[in-house]
Design a protein around this ligand. Structure first.
Ligand SMILES: *Cc1c(COP(=O)(O)O)cnc(C)c1O
Length: 407
């Protein structure tokens, strides 16, 4: 009872102050950007809701929640979309990366090159497979590994055996330079794996992400450029024969018959509901990539004259999927605080490179060993990347950026 009384009292107090609060908020809002959505999933849901509901209802009707017809349909559409040899839908981007290693027989006694400036899953799967990560620095311009940074890492191996694979990450959506990484991998007999969790939808002059490396893993985590309404991912391969191997690994190593078990596998299936959502989102995906590009160009135009800020990298002939629009600044914390005051949310990916993380530092060479990754970790900050921002909202973000950078 006492609790309820307190609740009523709180409500009264709130209702007394509410008009004043409302007024204050409104005055504030008229001066600054109203709250800007960082990703824009709500606007997308409003746009696609009826088609998504129809697709989800179809799954409810047929009842094949696992391995339903939506899985094959999505795999075929994604293969078509990017021009890969095959596509296998899986439970997450992390599992897709793990399966890329398992499919190549990489495990105990092996090592794999991974960038130090990335999401933890890139290195995590190497250890889960039983192998060891070798951390590589990134290029200061692209923030991705390059032939030069990989060569530097190889040069420091000493008498350790050559790594079996290179996991290149397309950070923030910008594809790494596969035309220079592939010859280097060929020379050293290493498998080139594209961690495209952030870059699906991007492309370079040779093709689309999914077809740029022999094996590509992507993620359908909701906030990725192509995201579902839960976890999911996909594995792409150039050699279509690998597709059946991945389907077997996805299903406990199943052989031709259900209870023929040919290898050690996982339970790593994508579920039918997620595939249903992704099929609808794929219809508008290219349009969204174009809208992301337009937003990135609007930010570029606004920030370029301001100085004291490093714009996100661009490469000739390369389309980023713009998972993030990430700038570099000297005083990140005060910039973020001032933008937050003006209603502009920001995010920091990733404030600490992997080789300095508690879980991974025994596999690296400590502070100072990968200076570019370490410097970027202290300087990067991402702005809202939301293809559904209205022109007035884009303008209000740019206005906030001008105000913050001009003073
Ligand atoms: C998101 C992400 C992953 C993992 O994807 P999940 O679907 O969340 O498992 C792997 N690598 C990178 C670079 C990512 O951004």
């Amino acid at each position: 009872m006492g609790g309820q009384g307190a609740f009523v009292a709180t409500q009264r107090i709130f209702s007394v102050f509410a008009p004043a609060t409302f007024l204050l908020v409104n005055i504030r809002r008229s001066m600054v950007a109203t709250s800007i959505a960082f990703v824009g999933l709500e606007a997308q849901r409003r746009r696609l809701r009826s088609q998504i509901e129809a697709r989800l209802n179809t799954v409810l009707d047929h009842g094949q929640f696992v391995n339903g017809p939506e899985i094959r349909e999505l795999e075929a559409r994604l293969t078509d979309f990017c021009g890969a040899g095959d596509c296998v839908g899986v439970s997450s981007g992390t599992d897709a990366l793990l399966m890329a290693l398992m499919g190549a027989g990489i495990g105990r006694g092996d090592s794999v090159l991974v960038p130090a400036f990335t999401f933890p899953a890139t290195a995590e799967v190497v250890l889960l497979a039983g192998a060891l990560p070798v951390f590589v620095d990134v290029d200061p311009e692209t923030m991705n590994v390059s032939a030069a940074t990989v060569q530097a890492a190889l040069g420091e191996l000493g008498d350790r055996p050559l790594p079996k694979a290179l996991m290149a990450v397309d950070l923030f959506g910008l594809p790494a330079d596969y035309s220079e990484l592939q010859p280097l991998c060929d020379e050293h007999d290493m498998l080139l794996i594209d961690d495209a969790a952030q870059s699906f939808g991007g492309s370079d002059r040779y093709g689309k992400v999914g077809a740029l490396a022999p094996v590509t893993a992507t993620s359908f985590f909701p906030a990725k450029p192509l995201g579902g309404y839960g976890d999911g991912g996909a594995l792409f391969c150039r050699d279509a024969r690998l597709g059946d191997l991945y389907r077997s690994i996805r299903e406990h190593g199943q052989g031709r018959e259900r209870y023929d078990i040919d290898r050690i596998g996982l339970n790593a299936r994508l579920d039918s509901f997620q595939a249903a959502v992704l099929l609808v989102k794929l219809d508008v995906f290219e349009e969204e990539i174009a809208d992301r590009e337009a937003l990135a160009r609007a930010y570029d135009a606004c920030l370029a004259p301001l100085g004291s800020v490093v714009l996100p990298p661009r490469r000739d002939g390369v389309q980023s999927a713009w998972a993030q629009y990430t700038i570099q600044v000297d005083d990140r914390d005060s910039l973020r605080a001032r933008l937050a005051e003006l209603g502009v949310p920001t995010a920091v990916y990733y404030p600490k490179p992997l080789h300095l993380q508690l879980a991974y530092r025994t596999y690296g060479k400590g502070a100072g060993s990968l200076p570019v990754a370490e410097s970027l970790a202290g300087r990067v900050v991402s702005l809202p990347m939301n293809p559904y921002l209205e022109p007035a909202e884009v303008e209000s973000v740019c206005e906030a950026l001008r105000r913050v950078f001009e003073t």
